[in-house]
Ligand binder design. Structure first.
Ligand code: ADP
Ligand code: ZN
Ligand code: ZN
Length: 754
């Protein structure tokens, strides 16, 4: 039991500059009842205004003059109280990624307000019939008509629904409360939790297992569970192509851990969180499974939180934020598709779910399993350096062979006079599919900016002389590097081959759809992109229509690469493999490899073999070569060499400091002061030896969003602690500054360019 007399409280006033705990005395009646994570009401500031706050610690020693310490008023009934470990995680996130404590707390407590739980309330008489009769007579005499209506009804019906009293009898809640307080009537309530898992999906639970695991699957299952049972929880990387049985392994591991009375969190990228996926888990674990996703109502989210808090569920499935499910017996965290960029938060604190999961797991002695067909360089590097264990699943268990992949050189097509979006091979194969009644998918890689400048004759891409990333064309026509700010005038002829076919790369799904209609008027085409999926359900509707054979060709952006299985798809065309190569950041090659590998994996999932056409201007780029060869290790080795050479993560670490400002000049000035401060801080610290490289400041790639100018600079260093030190020093520096509405964000090992 916690017996401390003082509590350290973080007060919820994020708009003011208060970012440290305040100490409060715990009043006599609350002694022993206050614990970390609780939400309390305290007097704050000169006027002692009532504020809510989170208790982050309880102590017996006053930190100030005893007389000046104010008292906690009460435990707040608003706001979900967090477990101590969530507060601890918030404190870690604050320190590791930079943000205020309140923002970090709000991140780990995503259900901000206690929603009123859904209840069914009923009213009944709390007095004998004799007493009731005399009260009714008194009401009649005093002309208390509402009371009269209610009591007369109760006299004859014994019990009515609360809603009936309010709506039909027009009795106000105040009247009901008054009668309840006088114990003339009683109001009972029964709580209902909304369950977002559709009833049909919840099978009997614990369905009989008929799967015989492959020896590769069995090895992972045995090792992970044996480690866990022996009190040696670990982090594991499960590297296996789509269809190699990773999900089956996850479920068996969950079964093993829940059998010990523990709970599991399964992170799945929102886009892959389909009905199909969730129902696989519910048919195995029944109603002990719940799901969180952005389409749930606030009430549904709150209820899942409550069910988890009360220990009514064992398995939570959801995107990044499901990590913060308040489980008190956490035993296992699974991160599927761990390479996905969506696991990194884009708002402060900019945490990575993989790192936060490992931290959280350490509080509980839980294990972490990372799964992917194309692991992030970070995770694979960790497995190569022995930090985490790696297991490979190399066989596709549903049958079906790996597809045949062709790389089509678009420069060559141009030379032969083919100026259409489709290479001659892709046209030939499309026609075959249409004739045979088989389905095709055309994938337009639209990730990153379309602003890079390339030559259609030789494939040359304009790059920064310092950073080896693509230059982007700005509206003023200049070519700019978004890391270091290097600029040069636009070019009209290719510096490599002299061709005049050099320009910013642009293409859209609509153009492709039109082109298909022109070339194959008989073909039924479905399009899926940000425009056609704006409505809530349209994403699943389009996929379902295509799966149901309602179209011959599905055209889309990276959205079509994930989720559903389409056994009748035997051809996948990747139209602009190069686009994501030139997103202007150091992860572009990795992302391209992942996208191409995933897209290629969509072909030939059924009985018929599949073919894949990758169209590119750079057939020699390692991301494209290795994706075509389905060779992860080859890709990893070459990409890692490049990261090591240039000091990019995971061989070193990078901190992006983003400055947002209303005026371009003030943002620039603040950025320059921060760069000077960084240099100054480093020169007098023990990190002087660490060779932190500071790059920039430069205008960000997207220089202005919602009226705010964005300026960015970077720090690179092999030692993460040196970068965290810089962040701390800059935070302290900013605290003392009178800024003019500028704000500063930190991002460690960024996923995207700014
Ligand atoms: P992944 O998650 O790697 O894509 P899944 O676990 O979804 O792979 O498995 C792909 C398919 O193979 C599923 O239909 C699954 O039921 C099936 N499967 C997995 N493991 C086995 C097994 N040991 N024996 C038979 N079928 C299996
Ligand atoms: Zn050229
Ligand atoms: Zn540069």
């Amino acid at each position: 039991m916690i017996t401390g007399r003082y509590a350290d409280v973080i007060v919820d006033i994020s708009h003011e500059k208060v970012d440290r705990p305040f100490q409060y005395r715990i009043p006599q009646p609350l002694l022993g009842k206050i614990s970390p994570g609780m939400c309390v009401v305290v007097p704050f500031g000169k006027g002692d205004r009532e504020r809510t706050g989170y208790v982050i610690g309880v102590t017996d020693r006053p930190g100030y003059d005893e007389d000046k310490i104010k008292e906690i008023l009460r435990i707040a009934d608003k706001g979900v109280s967090a477990a101590g470990s969530q507060i601890r995680l918030a404190a870690w996130m604050r320190e590791r990624y930079g943000s205020t404590m309140i923002t970090a707390l709000k991140t780990v407590l995503p259900v901000k307000q206690r929603m009123r739980a859904q209840t069914k309330r009923r009213i009944s008489l709390a007095v004998s019939s004799g007493e009731a009769e005399s009260i009714i007579m008194e009401c009649r005499r005093k002309h208390q008509n509402a009371r009269l209506r209610l009591l007369e009804t109760l006299f004859s019906k014994k019990e009515i629904a609360y809603e009936y009293a309010v709506r039909t009898l027009s009795v106000t809640p105040a009247v009901i409360r008054a009668l309840e307080e006088k114990t003339i009537i009683a109001v009972s309530s029964e709580v209902f939790y909304r369950n977002p898992v559709r009833e049909a999906a919840v099978g009997a639970g614990a369905k009989e297992q008929t799967v015989v695991y492959s020896s590769q699957q069995q090895t992972v299952i045995d090792h992970v569970l044996a480690d866990y049972r022996a009190g040696r929880p670990g982090t594991y990387l499960l590297h296996g192509i789509t269809g190699s049985g990773k999900t089956e392994v996850y479920m068996e591991l969950i079964a093993g851990v829940t059998a010990l009375g523990k709970q599991a969190i399964v992170l799945i990228p929102e886009i892959a969180l389909t009905y199909q996926t969730v129902s696989r888990f519910t048919s195995r674990f029944g109603s002990r499974v719940s799901v969180m996703h952005s389409r749930l109502s606030a009430g549904e989210k709150y209820d899942q939180w409550e069910r988890a808090d009360k220990g009514e569920i064992d398995v939570m499935i959801g995107p990044r934020s499901a990590l913060f499910t308040p489980f008190s017996r956490l035993g296992l965290i699974i991160i599927d598709e761990e390479h996905e960029a969506s696991y990194k938060s884009e708002t402060m604190p900019k945490y990575h779910a993989r790192e936060a999961a490992c931290e959280l797991a350490s509080y509980y002695g839980a294990s972490v399993v990372l799964g992917s067909a194309t692991p992030s360089l970070e995770s694979y590097y960790a497995s190569e350096t022995g930090l985490i264990r790696r297991y490979e699943l190399t066989k596709r268990l549903t049958g079906g062979q790996l597809p045949q992949v062709y790389v089509e050189d678009l420069r060559e097509e141009l030379r032969r006079g083919n100026r259409s979006i489709f290479s001659s091979r892709l046209q030939r194969l499309l026609e075959q599919r249409l004739a045979a009644g088989e389905q095709s998918m055309l994938f337009l890689n639209r990730r990153g900016y379309a602003g890079f400048v390339s030559c259609r004759a030789c494939g040359h891409v304009m790059k920064c002389v310092n950073c080896d990333v693509s230059l982007s064309e700005h509206r003023n026509g200049r070519l700019v590097c978004h890391y270091c700010g290097y600029e040069q005038p636009a070019v009209t002829v290719c510096p490599e081959c002299g061709s005049k076919y050099i320009a910013a790369f642009r293409a859209g799904t609509e153009q492709i759809e039109e082109c298909l209609h022109r070339m194959y008027p008989q073909a039924r085409v479905l399009r899926m992109d940000a425009d056609t999926t704006r409505r809530k359900e349209s994403y699943e509707e389009i996929l379902a229509a295509f799966a149901g054979g309602e179209a011959d060709i599905l055209v889309g952006t990276q959205m079509i690469v994930k989720g559903h299985d389409f056994p009748n798809v035997t051809l996948v065309g990747i139209l602009a493999a190069d686009l994501s190569l030139h997103a202007g950041d150091y992860r572009a090659g990795e992302r391209t490899f992942q996208l191409l590998t995933q897209a290629a994996g969509r072909a030939g999932r059924g009985k018929k073999p599949g073919e894949v056409v990758i169209q590119t201007y750079q057939p020699d780029h390692h991301s494209i070569r290795y994706a075509a060869a389905q060779d992860y290790q080859g890709f990893y080795a070459e990409e890692m060499g490049y990261r090591e050479l240039l000091g990019y993560p995971p061989s070193a670490h990078m901190l992006a400091v983003l400055i947002l400002s209303g005026e371009e000049s003030t943002g620039r000035e603040l950025a320059e002061r921060l760069v000077r401060e960084t240099a100054g801080a480093l020169s007098v610290s023990s990190y002087r030896e660490k060779k932190v490289q500071v790059i920039g400041p430069a205008p960000a790639g997207i220089g202005r969003i919602a009226g705010q100018y964005r300026t960015v600079f970077y720090g690179k260093c092999s030692d993460m602690t040196a970068l965290i030190y810089i962040k701390d020093r800059l935070e302290a520096f900013l605290d003392e500054q009178k800024t003019q509405g500028e704000s500063v964000q930190f991002d460690f090992d960024p996923m995207n360019s700014y």
